[in-house]
Design a protein around this ligand. Structure first.
Ligand SMILES: [Zn+2]
Length: 173
């Protein structure tokens, strides 16, 4: 379990990258872009200053800026349930016949990894333990694709984003 860093610093940094001037408004400008995992704990730091392993790249919907925040701070302070996605990915790595949870289904769909039909099937069978043979095979195929696309370590390398190199992107609107 990672410790929490300085949450006042996190709020300050997020507000500085946001359009709004207050934390309460600014936090709603951010959504989850992608999750990834460092090779080693502490390879990256959260905006709060704390070393992290589980990384969340956030995007500001209004100005397109990016921020790298640790899973724990995202869950605790931004109210985005990235923790449930990390937990689910780990469960699927152990057993790809388990159901994805709602947060992971939504994430996989937003990433373009699963089709509308696959999203609907995964949602409809979320609480079903006794799938037919065909359904079980379909679920496994979907889950294995999600895992291969998610490849948390690869996602990290692709970004290679560090706070000091953060540059404002062009306005997303
Ligand atoms: Zn943090």
């Amino acid at each position: 379990m990672e410790e929490l860093g300085d949450h006042k610093q996190l709020m300050r940094e997020i507000v500085a990258l946001s359009e709004a001037n207050t934390w309460e408004v600014a936090k709603h400008e951010w959504s989850l872009h992608e999750i990834g995992e460092c090779d080693e704990y502490g390879d990256e730091r959260c905006l709060c200053g704390h070393p992290i392993r589980e990384m969340c790249w956030l995007t500001n919907r209004l100005n397109g800026r990016r921020a790298l925040v640790g899973n724990h701070c995202v869950t605790k302070f931004l109210g985005i349930r990235s923790d449930l996605i990390f937990t689910c990915m780990k469960r699927l790595l152990d057993d790809s016949e388990k159901a994805m949870n709602a947060e992971t289904i939504e994430y996989a769909y937003e990433q373009g990894w699963i089709s509308v039909r696959e999203m609907e099937f995964s949602s409809d069978t979320l609480h079903k333990r006794n799938l037919s043979f065909k359904q079980a095979r379909w679920r496994r195929a979907i889950n294995e694709r999600v895992l291969s696309f998610a490849d948390l370590r690869r996602a990290s390398r692709r970004h290679e984003l560090r706070q000091s190199k953060l540059e404002p992107a062009a306005a997303a609107v």
